[in-house]
Design a protein around this ligand. Structure first.
Ligand code: ZN
Length: 129
């Protein structure tokens, strides 16, 4: 086995371990959050909408975009308790709210999965040598 392949396989193992750890952590956070918020919006899991991240390129700076959830925020309902109606001020707070730990973890997991599949491609190429 070439040194490069060995190195790639090691990286692959460590990223897989990291993904497992983060999935476990995210599951625990989600469970705890749902237990303490029994009327959480089921469509967005209390996130209030969907975050989109653009990493940007040479001409465009990185950007974050937030789409309010049609089942809660769009109907002026509290994503963490859909039985409660939000005032306009409260809704505006949601729209500028920073992503919480759960969002950030989910984003990190996406990035790690991307890294993992990239590594798998390189491992295949290296094996074909
Ligand atoms: Zn929702």
């Amino acid at each position: 086995m070439s040194a490069t392949l060995q190195h790639l396989l090691q990286q692959h193992e460590s990223i897989k371990a990291e993904i497992e750890k983060k999935i476990h952590h995210l599951d625990a956070l989600n469970t705890a959050f749902k237990t303490s918020h029994p009327h959480i919006c089921k469509d967005c899991d209390g996130e209030g909408g969907t975050w989109k991240f653009y990493s940007g390129d040479l001409e465009n700076p990185p950007e974050e975009d937030f789409d309010p959830c049609p089942s809660c925020l769009d109907q002026n309902r509290d994503p963490n308790n859909v039985q409660s109606i939000l005032s306009e001020d409260q809704i505006n707070l949601w729209l500028v709210k920073e992503p919480d730990e759960r969002h950030l973890l989910a984003q990190e997991l996406d990035d790690l999965h991307y890294l993992l599949s990239d590594l798998e491609d390189r491992i295949l190429l290296e094996k074909e040598g």
